[in-house]
Ligand binder design. Structure first.
Ligand SMILES: Cc1cc2nc3c(=O)[nH]c(=O)nc-3n(C[C@H](O)[C@H](O)[C@H](O)COP(=O)(O)O)c2cc1C
Length: 201
C-alpha cells in the first residue's frame, strides 16, 4: 500500500456503507523519517489485518503540512481526512519512535489537533521503537496518558522494540527476535479480534 494514499477510498466506502467503514483500522506512524522502522512495522500490521478481511488506512507525519502541525491549526482542511478516518475506525495502531524518552513531537502535534474524545470506543495497539531499552516505559508514561485523555476505551499493553532487536530485510520487510515477534503478533490478533467483535455487533 502506498503510504498515506488510502484515505480517499476509505471515505468513499464510508459513504456507501457506514457499518463496514466502522470496521476499519487506522494506523498512525509517528516517524518523520522516510525509511522508518515504525512505517515498516505498520506495513506488516496492515498485511496481517488485511489477511483477516479488515480494511486499513495508513497515515504518517509526512501526510500533513508541517506548518499546520507546528502551529496546531486544528481547523486546517488538511486534517479533515485524518479526522474522518479516525472517526470511521473502530481500532487504531500507533507506531512511534522514541524521541527524548517520549513519542515524537510530530506525533504529539498530530494528536493535539484532535477534538476531545476522538478515541472513544476505540481499541488501540501502541508500538514504539527506541535505541535503548531504558525508555521502555515511555509507552506507559508518555503514550498511554494521551490515549486515555482522548477517550480510548481499550488500550493494549503495547510492544516496545529496541533497534538491536529489529533487522531490515532485503525485501523491505524486517525480522524481530522470536519472543518479540510473538508479542507483536499477539497484539495484532487481539486487535483483529476486537474489530471483528465490533463488526458482529
Ligand atoms: C531526535 C532523536 C531522538 C531520539 N531519542 C531517543 C530516546 O530518547 N530514547 C531512545 O531509546 N531512542 C531514541 N532515539 C532512537 C530512535 O527512537 C530509534 O532509532 C527508532 O527506532 C527510530 O524509529 P524510526 O526508524 O521509525 O524513525 C532517538 C532518535 C532520534 C533521531
Amino acid at each position: 500500500m502506498e503510504f498515506g494514499n488510502s484515505v480517499i477510498p476509505i471515505l468513499k466506502s464510508a459513504i456507501r456503507n457506514p457499518k463496514s467503514a466502522m470496521s476499519n483500522v487506522l494506523l498512525l506512524s509517528g516517524s518523520p523519517a522516510k525509511q522508518s522502522r515504525s512505517n515498516t512495522i505498520l506495513e506488516y500490521v496492515i498485511k496481517r489485518l488485511n489477511a483477516e478481511g479488515i480494511e486499513t488506512t495508513l497515515l504518517g507525519l509526512r501526510d500533513f503540512p508541517a506548518e499546520d502541525l507546528i502551529f496546531a491549526k486544528y481547523d486546517s482542511p488538511a486534517f479533515e481526512p485524518f479526522k474522518a478516518s479516525l472517526n470511521a475506525a473502530s481500532a487504531v495502531v500507533i507506531a512511534t519512535p522514541i524521541y527524548k524518552a517520549s513519542l515524537t513531537g510530530g506525533l504529539k502535534a498530530l494528536l493535539d489537533v484532535l477534538p476531545q474524545q476522538s478515541f472513544r470506543k476505540k481499541s488501540v495497539l501502541p508500538i514504539a521503537t527506541g535505541g535503548t531499552a531504558s525508555h521502555l516505559l515511555a509507552i506507559d508514561f508518555a503514550i498511554k496518558p494521551i490515549l486515555a485523555t482522548l477517550g480510548a476505551s481499550d488500550i493494549q499493553q503495547g510492544v516496545f522494540i529496541v533497534d538491536s532487536q529489529f533487522t531490515y530485510t532485503d525485501d523491505g520487510g524486517f525480522t524481530l527476535e522470536a519472543e518479540l515477534q510473538e508479542r507483536l503478533d499477539a497484539g495484532i490478533s487481539q486487535l483483529a479480534e476486537s474489530v471483528k467483535q465490533h463488526i458482529a455487533r
